[in-house]
Design a protein around this ligand. Structure first.
Ligand code: B16
Ligand code: MG
Length: 216
């Protein structure tokens, strides 16, 4: 019997490049607030919640923001982001995604999406990939964001597969930690420095032969 029976995908930065839109939306807000923000700081935002992301951006500001102001600005960023993801189409799937999912199906491997984004369902709808997955985690059900393993454990539970028989795929440091804490095999894609703690590092999902080998 194959060692692994389930593959759990992060969405932003793994299936599509919404990580870019998150960056552009935060950058627009940071520029408006006169706060320095760049792509290096942005790496720390990947996989973490909206309000936690704002906290990281505000580290570079001398001004103290009230909770109300923080919620206002986090919401403002989300409005910018929502405008950007309206333009997403199936052409925005990252290289290799469709073929990899088909290969997994052929092998009888179950698949899920584990995204903490409250906008994940809109993105999945626009990409037209909803029916390709056995389960999509509802971020509203998750109490603890990545690096907590909750979201990956929730996906495995819904697939009916024990965590050690699952592979998780992530582009964020927080996400790789979450996968490892869940007791799964971690595949990192994207910036190799960001995902350096992964068990296997790939450029993107066009390089999945190594994962398919693990599945036997
Ligand atoms: P939202 P993932 C995460 O999605 C993003 O990586 C992260 O940058 C974002 O802040 C978070 O979702 C929350 O997203 O503001 O849309 O609820 O990587 O878990 O797919
Ligand atoms: Mg991600």
């Amino acid at each position: 019997m194959a060692r692994y029976r389930g593959v759990i995908f992060d969405l932003d930065g793994v299936i599509t490049d919404t990580a870019r839109y998150h960056y552009l939306a935060w950058k627009k807000l940071a520029d408006e607030l006169g706060i320095y923000f760049d792509e290096v700081i942005n790496e720390r935002l990947k996989g973490v919640s909206r309000l936690e992301s704002l906290e990281i951006i505000l580290e570079k500001s001398d001004k103290k923001y009230s909770q109300e102001e923080k919620e206002y600005y986090a919401n403002k960023k989300n409005e910018y982001y929502k405008e950007m993801i309206k333009r997403i189409t199936p052409q925005d799937l990252l290289p290799g995604v469709e073929r990899f999912i088909e290969e997994l199906k052929k092998r009888g491997i179950k698949t899920a999406i584990a995204s903490v984004s409250k906008n994940a369902f809109t993105v999945v709808e626009n990409l037209k990939i909803k029916d390709k997955f056995d389960y999509i985690v509802d971020a509203n059900e998750i109490k603890h964001g990545k690096p907590d393993p909750e979201i990956f454990l929730n996906a495995a539970k819904h697939l009916g597969i024990s965590p050690e028989k699952c592979i998780g795929i992530e582009d964020s440091a927080a996400g790789i930690t979450a996968i490892k804490r869940a007791g799964m095999y971690a595949v990192g894609v994207g910036n190799p420095e960001t995902v350096k703690e992964a068990d296997l590092i790939l450029k993107d999902l066009s390089e999945t032969d190594k994962i398919l080998e693990l599945l036997g």
